[in-house]
Structure formats: C-alpha cells, structure tokens
Design a protein around this ligand. Structure first.
Ligand code: PLP
Length: 387
C-alpha cells in the first residue's frame, strides 16, 4: 500500500451523514409536525406513508410495523404458520429471516442458494418441501429479487404461500414488477442502513390479499380493530408516527438513490475485471438495487485487511450461514449440508456502496481491491462453485 492511503479520507461503506445533509430541514420539519400533532403511534403520518409505500410497490395493501423482523413474524402468522409447521428458506441471510420462523413456533427448513445470485435455488427448494411445509420464504439478498417465477410456480404446484423477505430490496424489480408485489405477501425493513431507512426502527408488510392485510393490521395492534376488543392474540408492533413522517420525506428520493447505487455498481463492474474475482451476477429480468455490492474473492480476510489499510471500508454479509450459528444450530443440520452457502460465507466481501459515492471513490476502492488481489502471495484460485 502506498503511504498516502492513510491520509486519504476513508471511503465509507454507508453514508448516513450525506443522506441527512441532503434532506436538509425537511426531516426536522416532519418530526416537528408529528410532535405538534401528538400522533406518536400510528395516526395520520403512518396512514399516509402506508398509502404512499403501497403505491411505490404497486401493492394494494401496506401495513406499517415497528421493524422488518415484526413484518416477517406477522406475514408468517397471516399465512397460517404455527407450531409443527415447516417454512423453507435460505441458510445464507441475515438471521432475522430465520428468527421470525422460530417466533411462530415453526421450524426453518433450509434450501441451498444459487451460487451466482446468492438467492434461493428453485431446485433446492423443490427438494426441501415436505408434507409439513406451510410456507416458502425467499430473501432478495443484497437488493436483487430471488428467482420468483420459478419459486412461485413450485409454490403453486404445492399449494403453498410465498413470503418475500424484501428487507434489502426496496424498489428492486423483476420483469418490470416491484419487490413487494412479487408473491403473496412481502416484508420490508426500514432499519437506518437499508435503501429506505427510518430515523430508528420500522418495517412494512405489503400484500394484494385483503385477508392477509386485515390479519396483519390486527396483529400489529394487539389483535384488535376496535380498542379494548382484541379478537386475536396480538402484539405491540405498531409503527411510530415520527418514523413514518421521516420515511415520507425520503420515499420520493428512493428511485434516484437506487439509480445512483446502480451507476456506482456499473462503474465497479467495468473496473473489476480480474481472474480471481467474481462480480455480482444479475438475472437478465432483474433490476438490482444494490443494497450491497458484494464480490467473491479468495483469501477474503487478507483482502479485507488490505482494503482497510487503504482506507476502504468493507464488510462481510454474512460470515456464517445460519445453520452453523450457535443460536440457530439444530441436530437436523451439520457443516457441509449447504455447501454453496458455506463457500459463499467464506468468500463474500461487500464494497463501499451508497447513493453518495463519487466515481472517484469507486475508482479508488476498485484500484485498492485489484492491488490487494495482485499482492496475494500465492495466486489463490477462487473457489468458483458456479454450476
Ligand atoms: C434487515 C433485515 C431484516 C430485519 O429487519 P429489522 O428491521 O432489522 O428487524 C430481515 N431480513 C433481512 C434480509 C434483512 O436484511
């Protein structure tokens, strides 16, 4: 590494500071407006944001909740998932996907990923379905929709509902259809680092099914439609007015922000031509919104340290597949059961990606990555398990 690297400003993985600077006074005004209205929980701002987000996703119904995890929990319950049931999902995801299945008393059954996209492999899904399967939960990892045509065709054949984990995919599309309207019901997170982030926690469930929408709406607020008359055992999963007000300020910018991410990804793609690197693969029908720009490299941890020394922030999403995490391990699964997920966990590296990256920053990050790969002692062959 050259000695000036340390003195260069770090290239940030995320850039919440620029996001809030770009929005100026409008966030403070939205917060103040909510305080003035005293509608702190649900209320006008939440109702308005639900309508705007439903429109954005081209979904008939949207219900605001207090996190992406709560959205997953309620979507699973709306699909009738309960104790003794199995839900098929991927072992390569953020563990909230799997935790929510556990909250229902159900069992997560894993199906391996397509090594090109890191998303649920339809053939593996087919093989994982049993008579106990009650729902299918694909994840649109890194901002690219899973292969929903194939997944939904299998689901239809088995009479199973499909739930999208769209927590990383606000605005992503498949054949012109938006995430949030690609299956029976979909879940979003507004965790601050997501493509659309609240100033705190938040989430949303979208669906075209009015019964699912009604159940989720009741369950998020103690199982009641009328105060003090709960008809279901529900939860306190309500979205706050202030979060909705902040999200309403941001939503009109989302498409532009996603376009900026896509432009940076295209620049990375053009620069990162190296025999021991695999760039993100996008399905021909997909509009990827690059929540993360994640490559595969050999000697990943060493490469990450080199980038750190060059002031390029990176992260690993995710270092351990769920079936190998102590908290989620079960006798059902062992190391080696999901080789594609396990190899992915060893090789993935997420590069700086946010709407405020400049072409210069992308070029610097790409150059540092190529330097790091060229400096590897033994040109380690990349474990390329694309099939
Ligand atoms: C962030 C995330 C969640 C959880 O969302 P929270 O709002 O943090 O509860 C679920 N699934 C995936 C894939 C995520 O990235």
């Amino acid at each position: 590494m050259n000695s000036t690297a340390k003195t260069l400003a770090p290239i940030p993985l995320l850039d919440l500071e620029s996001e809030y600077r770009a929005l100026g006074e409008s966030i403070s005004a939205a917060v103040q407006r909510t305080i003035d209205s005293r509608q702190f929980i649900l209320g006008r701002e939440v109702a308005a944001f639900e309508e705007e987000f439903a429109d954005y996703c081209r979904a008939p119904h949207a219900t605001g909740v207090n996190s992406g995890t709560s959205a997953l929990h309620l979507a699973l319950l709306a699909c009738g998932v309960g104790p003794g049931d199995e839900v098929v999902t991927v072992p390569f995801t953020f563990y909230a996907t799997v935790a929510a299945i556990g909250y229902c008393g159900a069992t997560a059954v894993f199906a391996d990923i397509d090594p090109r996209t890191f998303n649920l492999d339809p053939a593996a899904l087919e093989a994982a379905i049993t008579p106990r399967t009650r729902a299918i939960l694909p994840v649109h990892l890194y901002g690219q929709p899973a292969d929903m045509d194939a997944i939904c065709a299998i689901a239809r054949r088995h009479g199973l509902p499909v739930i999208e984990d769209a927590a990383q995919a606000h605005g992503a599309e498949l054949a012109g259809r938006r995430a949030g309207s690609l299956a029976d019901i979909a879940c979003f997170s507004f965790y601050p680092t997501k493509n659309l982030g609240a100033a705190g926690e938040g989430g949303m469930v979208t669906t075209a099914n009015p019964e699912f929408a009604r159940t989720v709406r009741m369950l998020r607020d103690w199982g009641q439609e009328r105060k003090y008359h709960p008809v279901l055992k529900g939860f306190n999963y309500r979205l706050e007015g202030m979060q909705a007000a902040v999200l309403r300020v941001k939503l009109p910018h989302l498409d532009r922000w996603n376009d900026a991410r896509r432009a940076s990804a295209a620049l990375y793609d053009s620069l990162l031509d190296h025999p021991s690197l695999i760039r993100p693969f996008t399905l021909p029908e997909a509009r990827h919104v690059y929540h993360l720009y994640t490559v595969r490299v050999p000697a990943r941890d060493a490469v990450q340290r080199s980038l750190d020394a060059a002031a390029v922030q990176t992260a690993v999403h995710y270092p351990t597949p769920i079936h190998l995490l102590p908290a989620y391990a079960t006798p059902r699964y062992r190391a080696g059961d999901f080789p594609r997920a396990e190899v992915a966990a060893l090789s993935v590296l997420s590069l700086p990606m946010n709407p405020w990256l400049t072409p210069d920053q992308v070029r610097r990050a790409a150059a540092a990555l190529l330097d790091a790969l060229n400096a590897l002692e033994i040109p380690a062959p990349l474990c390329d398990n694309r099939s």
